[in-house]
Design a protein around this ligand. Structure first.
Ligand code: ZN
Length: 431
């Protein structure tokens, strides 16, 4: 089989979707096996040949891949086409060691643009919209992805990039963009700046599309309130899986619709690698269905989420997963209990009188783990309520996560803000 894939276009029913998935899965396994030495060795090692893939359940016979495998194939890992067919590369910062570099064929770029444009359509962005794209351009996937999708749906792209709050505010006023795309940290920072400058009534942002990090309900509310936006959408994705645009929530905000005709999502127990019980949280493992240059087979993303059952009220056939709860790498083991920062921010989101900003410090005192959660008071919060609020949060953490934590309310805007991803956890136990 050639490296050119032959997959039908967008599905209209769930049956179409399953047919496409099987077609794509068989193509991907054959393509990777025939055109990439690493994959051939991996599949041979697992005793699987492409002809073994007869139904979707056969996915479970396939071996896993990880970020470590990307490092082994540096600089063009998983390359499964002749190099001259690669038209672009993107890169993300590796947390340790070398960067991850992923490559794309011409068709990969078109496919990515296609499903990214679906994200914008689902978020109600199209003709007549002006989109301030405040994410990284260059090697990063985000800028290029938003830009191409924006142009595909016929909106006007404003490729401003991240940072520079002064210029961001000036563009918000002068160009009247209706859509803002950025990380949730950046959205909050910009919303606070808009508030500080008192220009909320001079701007026209209706929709915010935020990605690359978790946006708690409280953060969402703050962004909407300070900027006067109607909707904040969560866009998902990662460089290995083309880039952002792998899924987005619709206006019902009842989970993230993901493009199951481009990849299969499994949610597995990160320890046993078996499927979790329905509705339980586990690690997202993805298998691409059409990716030519660098296909993924059961790639462990380390992101944690759960699948949501049933059909969304919007009627879309695309399945949904919950908000990303965090990364398995961010998991804190505290007195034997597994804790994700996402659990803490959901508790805080239900508390009145606090802002969305918090951080967690873990320490050892007298041989015992000790957790301090610092939370900012809301912008108009009353300090005389601090003691009661602290007690409420302590109770919430005890009830939801079953651990004891110290809680301290601090003044608004005293915790550090970031234009990229905010650091939430400071583990000082090994210091
Ligand atoms: Zn929906």
């Amino acid at each position: 089989m050639s490296s050119r894939k032959k997959i039908d276009s967008s599905p209209e029913t769930t049956e179409d979707l399953e047919r496409l998935q099987l077609q794509g899965l068989r193509w991907t396994v054959e393509h990777a096996y025939n055109n990439n030495g690493f994959y051939r060795e991996l599949l041979d090692g697992a005793g699987v040949v492409p002809a073994d893939i007869k139904c979707l359940d056969d996915l479970r016979r396939l071996p896993f891949t990880t970020a470590d495998d990307l490092r082994k194939g540096y600089p063009l890992p998983f390359l499964s086409v002749p190099e001259e067919e690669v038209v672009r590369i993107h890169s993300s910062s590796g947390t340790t060691g070398k960067r991850k570099i992923l490559c794309y064929t011409r068709q990969d770029v078109l496919d990515w643009t296609d499903f990214f444009a679906r994200c914008l359509e689902m978020a109600g962005v199209g003709l007549g919209d002006r989109v301030q794209i405040a994410v990284g351009y260059g090697l990063w996937t985000a800028g290029a992805g938003f830009q191409a999708a924006c142009e595909k749906v016929g909106a006007m792209a404003i490729p401003i990039g991240p940072g520079n709050l002064g210029m961001q505010c000036q563009f918000l006023v002068d160009l009247q963009p209706s859509v803002l795309c950025c990380t949730s940290s950046m959205a909050l920072l910009l919303a606070e700046e808009v508030h500080r400058r008192g220009i909320a009534d001079k701007i026209n942002i209706r929709r915010v599309i935020q990605g690359s990090e978790r946006c708690s309900s409280a953060m969402c509310r703050a962004i909407k309130r300070l900027m006067g936006a109607e909707h904040v959408f969560d866009i998902t994705g990662m460089t290995e899986l083309y880039g952002p645009g792998a899924g987005i929530d619709c206006e019902h905000h009842s989970g993230v619709h993901y493009w199951a005709d481009y990849y299969i999502l499994e949610v597995l127990d990160p320890v046993t690698l078996e499927p979790v019980e329905q509705g339980q949280t586990g690690e997202m493992v993805v298998t691409t269905l059409r990716k030519e240059a660098a296909p993924l087979i059961r790639y462990r993303t380390r992101d944690l989420t759960r699948l949501l059952p049933g059909r969304c009220p919007c009627g879309s056939i695309y399945p949904r997963h919950d908000k990303i709860l965090g990364r398995s790498d961010d998991m804190i083991i505290f007195r034997g209990v597994n804790i994700y920062p996402g659990q803490i921010d959901e508790i805080l989101s239900a508390v009145e009188g606090v802002s969305s900003e918090y951080n967690i410090t873990i320490d050892r005192r007298g041989g015992k783990d000790f957790m301090l959660v610092r939370v900012e008071r809301a912008i108009e919060g009353d300090p005389s309520w601090d003691e009661e609020t602290e007690a409420e949060i302590r109770r919430g953490i005890k009830e939801e996560i079953m651990v004891s934590a110290e809680v301290q309310i601090v003044d608004y805007a005293t915790l550090p803000r970031s234009e990229r991803k905010s650091r939430r956890v400071f583990d000082r136990r090994s210091d």
